[in-house]
Design a protein around this ligand. Structure first.
Ligand SMILES: NC(=O)c1ccc[n+]([C@@H]2O[C@H](COP(=O)([O-])OP(=O)(O)OC[C@H]3O[C@@H](n4cnc5c(N)ncnc54)[C@H](OP(=O)(O)O)[C@@H]3O)[C@@H](O)[C@H]2O)c1
Length: 284
């Protein structure tokens, strides 16, 4: 993929973004988002649940980059997954970010009254408060059901995709349905020593890249938007530099073969997990 793609509603989206999960410290978040914008990132991925929308908003303002050149994504937390909840949550996110529109608004989890939430999101979309709406952590069957019973089709599904969880079937299904897959945890947060995995190290040596860059290009070549997170300036810069290599089909398959049977981030089908996420209430 090139540096931008067109979503199913005609909106242009960068194929590389900067994620700010687990950067709760406000000053640090503002600093790293400013650094990311300085290094050329033009998509910032936050969420109401990350508790750093205000810092992201300050960094955008301080960057001096025209608003229309930055693609801002935020997400609806489970406690607001209802019609009235989503209406309120969108306005609150806009106010914390200091923006008058969002580029992409996602339902963070397939939990709660997501149908009510989607109707409020459709209204916000038609009112111009949000340029595109989508989902996150929805498996294809849930996306299919949402599409069938509503009028606006999700533009994006943000799901975990990385060498330990290649998500081949889900990515193929989303692409075939013109819904853009976006990878959270593109490095699986380095779990199982992924940054020093021998397969990735060998490819990094071959292409004179880092293992992080190999993982990003692997996702990008498969049509998946990436939003790596880092608070380290050298990594923030390095994670932008992957567009100039092309992995062979055999290498793409070799990386996909690193898949593990279980997610490194818990089992979303476990009722205990659902209970935990569904009762996690935040002051937002
Ligand atoms: N929708 C969802 O449910 C969901 C869930 C999780 C994440 N997300 C989104 O996806 C974004 C990315 O996922 P993530 O933050 O979970 O994990 P990630 O991007 O896979 O990994 C981040 C980790 O990798 C390290 N790292 C980054 N670049 C590196 C490099 N070049 N070399 C070595 N280490 C490197 C970072 O360390 P340092 O920071 O110390 O440099 C950090 O520990 C999030 O920030 C968030 O926006 C969404």
């Amino acid at each position: 993929m090139e540096k931008t793609i067109t979503l199913n509603n005609g909106v242009t989206m960068p194929t590389l973004g900067f994620g700010v999960f687990q950067v709760p410290d406000s000053e640090q978040c503002e600093t790293v988002v400013r650094e990311a914008l300085r290094q050329g990132y033009r998509l910032i991925d936050t969420a109401a649940a990350y508790l750093n929308e205000e810092a992201v908003g300050r960094a955008i303002k301080a960057s001096g980059i025209p608003r229309e050149e930055i693609f801002v994504t935020t997400k609806l937390w489970v406690q607001d997954a209802s019609y009235a909840g989503a209406q309120r949550a969108i306005d609150r996110s806009l106010s914390r970010l200091g923006l008058d529109y969002l580029d992409l608004y996602l339902i963070h989890q397939p939990l709660g009254d997501v149908y009510g939430a989607w109707r409020a999101m459709e209204e916000a979309y038609h009112a111009g408060k949000v340029r595109a709406i989508g989902v996150s952590n929805f498996e294809p069957d849930r996306v299919q059901d949402l599409m069938m019973h509503n009028s606006v089709k999700p533009a994006v599904d943000q799901i975990q995709v990385n060498p330990l969880a290649p998500q081949t079937a889900a990515v193929d299904w989303l692409l075939a349905n013109d819904i853009r897959p976006e990878a959270w945890g593109p490095f699986a947060e380095g779990k199982t020593g992924l940054f020093t995995n021998p397969v990735l190290v060998q490819l990094a040596d071959k292409y004179h890249k880092t293992t992080a860059q190999i993982m990003l290009r692997w996702l990008n070549q498969r049509g998946v938007v990436v939003i790596p997170k880092s608070v380290t300036p050298a990594r923030i810069a390095g994670n932008t530099d992957f567009y100039d290599i092309t992995l062979t089909a055999a290498e793409v398959a070799q990386i996909a073969a690193l898949a593990l049977p279980d997610s490194q981030f818990g089992n979303s089908h476990d009722p205990e997990n659902v209970k935990q996420l569904g009762s996690w209430t935040l002051d937002i």
